[in-house]
Write a protein that binds this ligand. Structure first.
Ligand SMILES: Cc1cc2nc3c(=O)[nH]c(=O)nc-3n(C[C@H](O)[C@H](O)[C@H](O)COP(=O)(O)O)c2cc1C
Length: 166
């Protein structure tokens, strides 16, 4: 049976989007759905709003509500930028309402300029708290740009490893 794969990302400046799109395209699964959160206000509004977002208020984001239910998927990718040493708060806001992570496999990645801090640990903790398992994770770091060769290496590694899940 072919696995159903979901990749969800958030990108303010386009770097995480570029990585996410490449991963979705590069992994050897025929059924990959890619979804994203779009912030509908000016970027500078995001930080003042972060307490509300953390609590689950995603009213200033445009996204497909169906991504809150992970039941249809076998493997889920989450890609978020690092904001202040942690994932962009939309990740936590989303996790508040996300359902049916139990028993699912996850791959998490983040992009940052220099210091990822606890970004992936926080993502992993939230996912595991809801019963999901992390099968792989990766930090993509680059001050000026993310090296796409690093992304290609990750895709290759995933393709070898994830075949075993299929
Ligand atoms: C509000 C804010 C906070 C950030 N905090 C960090 C940080 O703690 N560490 C870091 O290395 N980069 C930090 N960055 C840089 C972003 O993580 C990095 O540029 C990321 O790749 C942006 O992804 P995007 O283009 O998909 O939005 C921050 C950027 C913003 C806008």
């Amino acid at each position: 049976m072919d696995m159903k794969v979901l990749l969800v990302y958030f990108s303010l400046g386009g770097r995480t989007k570029q990585v996410a799109e490449r991963i979705a395209e590069g992994i050897n699964f025929p059924d990959v759905t890619i979804e994203s959160f779009e912030y509908t206000k000016k970027s500078r509004e995001l930080i003042p709003e972060q307490d509300e977002i953390m609590k689950g208020d995603l009213s200033n984001f445009k996204y497909n509500e169906s991504i809150k239910d992970l039941a249809p998927y076998d493997l889920i990718f989450y890609g978020f930028p690092t904001h202040g040493g942690r994932p962009a708060t939309v990740f936590n806001g989303y996790m508040k309402d996300a359902q049916n992570l139990d028993g699912k496999n996850f791959v998490v990645f983040n992009t940052c300029r220099m210091f990822p801090g606890k970004t992936l640990e926080i993502m992993q903790t939230e996912i595991e708290r809801k019963g999901g398992s992390i099968v792989n994770k990766r930090v993509f770091k680059g001050f000026f740009r993310i090296k796409m060769s690093k992304v290609e290496n990750f895709i290759e590694e995933l393709n070898q490893e994830l075949m075993k899940l299929n």
